[in-house]
Design a protein around this ligand. Structure first.
Ligand code: 26M
Length: 798
């Protein structure tokens, strides 16, 4: 990058003060941290605008193909530091603030997370937006500007309580409102045939109003737009009713519309078939497609040529109404015939599948679809019969509409030219188990694009200590070419390098220990192993396996206090969906166990359990760089990919994990000797479930598991309510769908290996450094380059 574009500390300082005065209307003497954060954000934002305009202009001028990423979730986190890093001005920002007598960290941490997502799927969308900008792939993200993102979690007497999240209570300095970019979105109503054409007259309408956030890539060479839609009423305030004294009714149209973009659904697996969710999905999709067609036509291009200029990616089935909606717009609004419309649609659309869990697969009752989107229901039937007619004589044929439900997975598959899985294993399971018949009809349509993470946020920004060491060792620029981390490999024989590597880890652990002391009131030693499991609470992710093993460890320490133990801090983080009772019980159990173990004087520093409330992106940035051990222990075949697993390994944590999702590929990359593998494989899981007594059999074979379950059942961790975990223990003995019991002893044995490895700090350091050195493959730049080549057929504009 041309350094001449970088501001000096003095210039940046002036810009900050200018915004403090003229944008915030504050005098430096009375400004709060919030005011300074706004002033700094606006100063940085000003510097994003030039690359943003340049990129937009270049895309128009060259007629480059654009990518549109449709997602109900973008889990962005904080934006200030990310932009500063990519513009190459983080240190300048720090110095400018310090010159103003301010604490840089405090200003950065004043920013609330943009938490417009639940977990992996939403965070992936955010990493992909950043990589598209870094690679110069002209693209737009389309999502919903939820007023309330994912709920805030707190604990009350060990139980999760949900509080509303309110990120827009303060001004959000990264967005540009676009009141001129509005589209009407219809629902319900009737469809008539007029002169052989369908005319849909919606019974309800709302407006979708655009709000743009610039997403700047590495070194500010390119910037794209994340366009989020807010719902606004078509009819404003009803003045006639107001004047008649009916004040509540006067505000009704407004209230109705605003519920649409009010809140993110807080589930990341179970789909509930709620009308409002379907409306949200259509709201996003229709606004996006209308905007895409408007832009295409504004460039005076023919609709027939849409696939040459437009690629649309559906992030899971949530925007899968895009198929029928694009057909509708091309037919009913632009007068095209069905055959031409569906042909264009399939060429434009791609579909990423993120889960095989049956309860997560969206299916809408035909009566609901037919009521909320009557014209789309007709088009879905039409697509279904068109597809069926193209494949006659198939007794195993699977349609879109079955048992009075619209299957969104099948719909997305049939309306997309490529369907991708998110890890090699997951892709194979999509082919074999999820869509076997459709795979036979369309060989080659299902492809793999293993997930990735952005190394700018997840290494450079989150882990300055390690980043500096890497740059000192192999030179600058690895952030944009992560395979270059392989150049670290020769240094693992260099004791000096390993010392520095572990010193960086140590600094991060000290920071975290300090934070834990301040925020949780728990003292942990940075000498202990930091063993971390952070992700949404779900039975398949098996936080239960982790806590049962922890109880077993404690049990052993009490029985044999003289033995040599590696001190550990078990760190948990994650939210349960508000209605997910079993997941909430697991949280409560972890909290109860922590209370007992952390206060057991016989144990001291050897075992601590920490579970801070409200795990989010910012907390991940704090925890991951400080981790020694990464827990990736899902039941094989259930975790589509995982992306946390990649963040940990990149930051030099070792993984204890099953052969699931991207763990398989991580292990291949880092080397089996640098990965603690355990547990049943996906086919073994299937076979094991054939035995209806698998849980009982496994428990009877493990004295330790029997003891652990006995302690829980007796109320050792809930003395004030001994029966609290009766159901949980009962389920363990009698069903245990996710095979916690069957993997328990293997997991314990793997944890013993972890202990033995950690006892030898020198060899641990080598293993950790090799993890970092060999994780280049998991850059989201590699993933996005794969999408561009295999799905979008587009090229970098840089
Ligand atoms: C659906 C309907 C109604 C309400 C919510 C949903 C819903 C929301 C999010 C369903 C699934 C959602 O996310 C699934 C998800 O996060 N999947 C994860 O995707 C990651 C990125 O590919 C993978 O790494 C994880 O393995 C996978 O679990």
């Amino acid at each position: 990058m041309k350094d001449t574009h970088l501001p000096t500390v003095q210039v940046l300082r002036d810009e900050i003060e200018h915004h403090l005065t003229y944008s915030m209307g504050k005098d430096a003497r009375h400004a709060s941290v919030y005011d300074w954060r706004m002033a700094l954000s606006l100063a940085i934002r000003d510097r994003v605008v030039a690359p943003w305009f340049a990129a937009t202009r270049k895309t128009w001028e060259t007629g480059a193909k654009r990518v549109y990423y449709l997602s109900m979730e973008f889990l962005i986190g904080r934006m200030l530091e990310d932009a500063a890093i990519n513009l190459g001005i983080r240190d300048t920002c720090r110095e400018a603030l310090e010159a103003l007598g301010l604490d840089y960290e405090a200003v950065v941490e004043n920013e609330p997370d943009a938490a417009l997502g639940n977990g992996g799927l939403g965070r992936l969308a955010a990493c992909y937006m950043e990589s598209m900008a870094s690679l110069g792939c002209p693209g737009y993200g389309y999502g919903i500007r939820y007023e309330h993102g994912l709920f805030k979690q707190k604990f009350e007497a060990g139980r999760q309580v949900e509080l509303p999240e309110d990120w827009l209570r303060q001004r959000h300095p990264w967005e540009f409102e676009r009141p001129e970019s509005v589209y009407e979105i219809g629902f319900k109503g009737t469809v008539e045939m007029v002169d052989g054409r369908a005319v849909w007259t919606p019974g309800e309408t709302v407006l979708a109003e655009a709000c743009d956030m610039p997403i700047v890539g590495w070194e500010g060479k390119w910037a794209n737009t994340l366009r989020l839609w807010s719902a606004k009423p078509t009819e404003q305030f009803d003045l006639a009713r107001f004047n008649h004294g009916d004040y509540a009714a006067a505000a009704e149209p407004e209230a109705l519309a605003r519920t649409l973009s009010r809140v993110l659904y807080p589930d990341d697996t179970t789909y509930a078939g709620k009308e409002l969710r379907l409306k949200q999905e259509f709201f996003l999709t229709s606004a996006a497609l209308q905007d895409i067609l408007r832009r295409h036509l504004a460039a005076e291009l023919a609709l027939e040529d849409l696939p040459d200029h437009v690629a649309i990616q559906m992030n899971d089935t949530h925007p899968a109404i895009a198929g029928p909606e694009l057909v509708r717009l091309l037919m009913d609004v632009h007068g095209m015939e069905f055959e031409a419309a569906i042909d264009i649609t399939v060429k434009c659309l791609g579909y990423t599948n993120h889960t095989l869990l049956p309860e997560a697969l969206e299916r809408w009752a035909t009566y609901l679809m037919g009521t909320v989107l009557p014209r789309h229901m007709q088009i879905i039937e039409k697509i279904d019969s068109w597809h069926r007619a193209a494949h006659p004589g198939r007794p195993d044929y699977v349609g879109i509409v079955k048992h009075q439900e619209v299957r969104m997975g099948e719909l997305a598959f049939i309306t997309a030219h490529k369907v991708n899985g998110v890890s090699a294993l997951h892709t194979e399971l999509i082919r074999e188990n999820l869509f076997p018949q459709l795979n036979r009809l369309h060989p080659g349509r299902i492809i793999n694009q293993t997930n990735g993470i952005t190394p700018r946020r997840w290494l450079r920004m989150a882990n300055p200590a390690l980043s500096h060491l890497i740059t000192e060792t192999i030179g600058a620029g690895w952030e944009a070419d992560l395979d270059r981390l392989r150049a670290l490999e020769p240094y693992i024989e260099d004791a000096g390098f390993l010392d520095q590597f572990m010193a960086a880890k140590r600094v991060n652990k000290e920071h975290l220990a300090h934070w834990i002391a301040q925020n949780q009131g728990i003292t942990v030693s940075p000498d202990a192993m930091f063993d971390v499991q952070i992700k949404r609470l779900h039975e398949y992710k098996r936080q239960l396996l982790n806590i049962l093993q922890t109880i077993g460890e404690w049990h052993e320490m009490r029985d044999n206090p003289q033995a040599d133990y590696q001190p550990r801090v078990k760190i948990f983080g994650g939210k349960a969906a508000p209605g997910y009772v079993a997941a909430k019980q697991i949280i409560r159990l972890i909290k109860d166990v922590a209370e007992v173990i952390n206060n057991d004087p016989a144990i001291g520093d050897r075992l601590k359990i920490v579970y801070p409330a409200n795990y989010n992106v910012s907390m991940a940035e704090r925890l991951i760089p400080a981790a020694d051990l990464s827990e990736q222990i899902s039941t094989a075949g259930k975790e589509a990919s995982g992306t946390g697993n990649m963040k940990f390994a990149l930051n030099g944590a070792l993984t204890i994990g099953t052969l699931d999702g991207a763990n398989v590929e991580i292990r291949e990359q880092v080397g089996a000797e640098n990965f603690f593998l355990f547990g049943l494989t996906a086919p073994e899981v299937t076979a094991r479930r054939e035995d209806p007594e698998h849980a009982r059999h496994a428990i009877l074979e493990s004295q330790m598991l029997q003891d652990v379950l006995q302690m829980i059942a007796e109320g050792r961790f809930s003395p004030e309510e001994p029966g609290r975990y009766h159901d949980l223990v009962h389920t363990m003995w009698n069903s245990d769908y996710f095979l916690v019991a069957s993997d328990f002893e293997a997991y314990r044995a793997a944890q013993k290996e972890v202990d033995a490895a950690f006892a030898n700090r020198a060899s641990w350091a080598k293993m950790a450094a090799l993890n970092t050195a060999r994780m280049g493959f998991f850059s989201s730049d590699r993933a996005i380059a794969g999408y561009m080549r295999d799905i979008w057929e587009t090229r970098s504009a840089l």
